[in-house]
Design a protein around this ligand. Sequence first.
Ligand code: CP3
Length: 349
Amino acid sequence: MAIGSGVKNPFMRVMAGETVSPPPVWIMRQAGRYLPEYLETRKKAGSFLDLCFNPDRAVEVTLQPIRRFGFDASILFSDILVVPQALSRNLDFVEGTGPVMTPIRADEITGIDGAGFHDHLAPVYETVRRLRAELSDNTALIGFCGAPWTVATYMIAGRGTPDQAPARLFALEHPAAFDRLLMLLADHSAQYLSRQIDAGADVVQIFDSWAGVLDEGLFERCAILPVKRIVDQLRGKHGNVPIIGFPKGSGSRFDNYRQKTGVDVLGLDWTVPLDQAARLQADGPVQGNLDPMRLVAGGEALVTGVRAILDRLGNGPLVFNLGHGVVPETPVSHVEELIRLVRAGDHGR
Ligand code: CP3
C-alpha cells in the first residue's frame, strides 16, 4: 500500500474507523522469549526489570520484532506492574514464577501518596521518545498500562493466581479501601499514559487481563468505572489519541464495554465468537483474536484460524492480533507464516 506524506499508516487508519485490506497486524507480547534475539538481550541485561528501565535495552527489544517481521505497530517494552512499583510497592520478577510483590493490606492504601511517581518512570518516557524517533511513519507506537483491576490483583495477592480469588475477596471484604486503591491506580495510570502520549505514543492500550473473573456487581465496580475514569482523564488532554480496551475473558460484557468505558477500540480475546465480534465491529474497530495456541500449532490449525477471522471481520475495521500474548514455545517460522497469511490479500488461499 502506498503511503503518501500526511497519510496515516494502516494501523492508525483502522484506529480511526477505516477498513484497511489487508488489515494491519501486530501480536501482543511480540517482544519476548519466543525470539532468540530477545533472550540474548535479556541475558545481557541480567534481569527483566533492567530491560524495562534501561532505555537502550528497552528500545532494542521493542524494535526486534519490528525488524524481523515488519509488524504494523510496535508496543513499548515495559510491564503493567511498573505502576505499583512507582507507587513504592516492591516488585521482583522471579525466574519461573513471574512477578512477586509484598501483598498490600487494606490499612496501607491510604498511605500511598505517589511521591516520585514520574521520576521513577522517567526511563520509560525516555524509551518512548527514542522509539518514536527511530520508528518509521509506517509503524505506529502503542503505549500501555494495566487496568486498575488487573494491577490490583497482583498488588493484593503478591503474585499471579489462577482465579484472582484474593483480590475478589478483598474487594468484597474491604470495599472502601479497595475502591480507593482502584481510583488511585486509575488516576496514576491516566497520568502515566498521558506522559507516554506526550513522549510520542500514537495510541494507548489498557490491559485488563483478569476482567473475566468478576461477577456482575464487581465487573461494574472494578472493570468499568476505573477504566472509564482513565478514559475521561485522557480525553480532556488528548482527545484525538485512540484508546484500545482489552478486558480479556469478558464474554457477553464486551457488548457494552465500549459504550460504558468510552474506549475507541475493543481488543478481543480468542473466546469471543466471530458472530459477536462482527456485531461489536459494527460499532467501531476491533482487534484480535487468534488463539495463541493456533500459532504454536501452526499448519492447518493456523490457516483455519486466520481465515475464519479474515472472512468474518476482514470487511470492517480490524487490527489482526492474537487473543492474548504470544507464548515462549511459539516457533518463529509460525509467526512469519501468520503474517504471510494475513497479508496475502486473498485470505491466504
Ligand atoms: O507486548 C509486548 O511485547 C510489550 C511488553 C509487555 C510485557 N508485559 C513484557 C513482559 C506487556 C504489554 C506486558 C503486559 C503485562 N504484564 C500484562 C497484561 C497482558 C497479559 O499478558 O495479560 C500482565 C498481566 C503482566 C504481568 C506479568 N509480566 C506477568 C504475569 C509476567 C510473568 C508471565 C510471563 O509471561 O513470564 C510478566 C513478565 C513479562 N512481561 C515478560 C515479558 C516479555 C517475560 C519476562 C521475561 O523475559 O522473563
